[in-house]
Write a protein that binds this ligand. Structure first.
Ligand code: NAG
Length: 309
């Protein structure tokens, strides 16, 4: 089953890669009205000269969750390890029929793997939206530089639908056609919400009752400002940013609620003692098994619930 998930993960990454770095999917070419005010905002230079350049954004979106989740899981594991209620057999979780994995490593990989999956899924949603709609960014006409005399723009309501109406730099024009929804808004909100929900669900230390919401709201505020900055720099419209927030937020909630189930760590007692573990048995939830045993009265053959990742 692990291999199957790796295949899905690889497919997701490949699709995101094709959207980002190749022109496999041609952007839809939308027409425009002559001198349309909505698209005549100034162009403040390439993305790298933005107040939040892509390098910083991607580094934060990739790095902060790794740091937070690894650090928190290590601390939680150490706290469990030094506390008395951990007995020997619980240090190792049987995983599949081949591997023994430290539960710390396993949980960290699981939470980060699901995070990465959601991140690439967000990227695919956003890129698909951009390519399919071909909505133009506020600075579109500034980089498009259409020849208004040649296009016959004497009457201003004329709609230009020629594919080659732009005379500007074609790379800039292509980027200006990918505006809806805003990728920066979607990725930053996704990352902020995932980490926030992780902190809220997983950190249970005393004295953090107020610190957790403060950190979570702070992260969400940073993501919000990242989206706002897109509008401030005339790189996206409000609708693009709001759509980005909705997509990123929805995928974060979906992934946390439905895939990692609110970061429920496996209760320590749920691990099968090694001598009982059949090759096909993965993990066993003690309460459910007791229940099943009581119910069906079949104590000899333990009913196992395979739980993958
Ligand atoms: C715009 O088109 C007109 C008519 O075809 C041409 O005379 C003029 O040189 C063009 N202007 C630019 C800036 O290309």
């Amino acid at each position: 089953m692990l291999y199957f998930q790796l295949v899905i993960m690889a497919g997701t990454v490949m699709l995101a890669y094709y959207f980002e770095y190749t022109d496999t999917f041609n952007v839809h070419v939308q027409g425009f009205f002559c001198h349309d005010n909505a698209y005549m905002k100034p162009y403040l230079g390439p993305e790298e000269s933005s107040a939040i350049p892509p390098v910083i954004l991607y580094a934060v979106v990739a790095g902060v969750p790794v740091l937070v989740i690894t650090a928190a899981e290590s601390v939680l594991f150490l706290l469990q390890y030094i506390s008395e209620d951990l007995d020997n057999r619980e240090k190792i979780i049987v995983m599949g029929d081949c591997c023994y994995l430290n539960p710390l490593v396993r949980r960290t990989f699981r939470f980060l793997g699901v995070y990465a999956f959601g991140l690439f899924a967000t990227d695919i949603f956003v890129n698909a939206g951009q390519v399919v709609t071909g909505n133009m960014s506020p600075y579109f006409l500034t980089v498009c530089k259409p020849n208004y005399t040649a296009l016959g723009c004497q009457q201003t309501t004329r709609f230009i639908s020629q594919q080659d109406a732009c005379t500007g730099n074609s790379e800039d024009v292509t980027r200006a056609r990918k505006s809806f929804p805003s990728k920066e808004a979607a990725l930053s909100v996704y990352a902020a919400l995932y980490v926030s929900m992780y902190i809220m669900c997983r950190v249970k230390a005393k004295g953090t009752r107020l610190a957790k919401p403060v950190v979570s709201l702070g992260l969400t505020c940073l993501a919000f400002l990242t989206g706002i900055n897109r509008v401030v720099e005339y790189r996206n419209h409000w609708a693009d940013v709001i759509a980005g927030f909705v997509i990123g937020g929805a995928i974060a909630v979906f992934v946390v609620v439905c895939v990692v189930k609110n970061f429920k760590g496996k209760p320590l007692l749920s691990v099968m003692p090694p001598e009982e573990s059949a090759p096909s048995a993965h993990l066993l939830r003690q309460p459910r098994v007791e229940h099943a045993v009581e119910k069906y009265g079949a104590p000899q053959s333990p009913i196992t619930y395979a739980e993958v990742t």
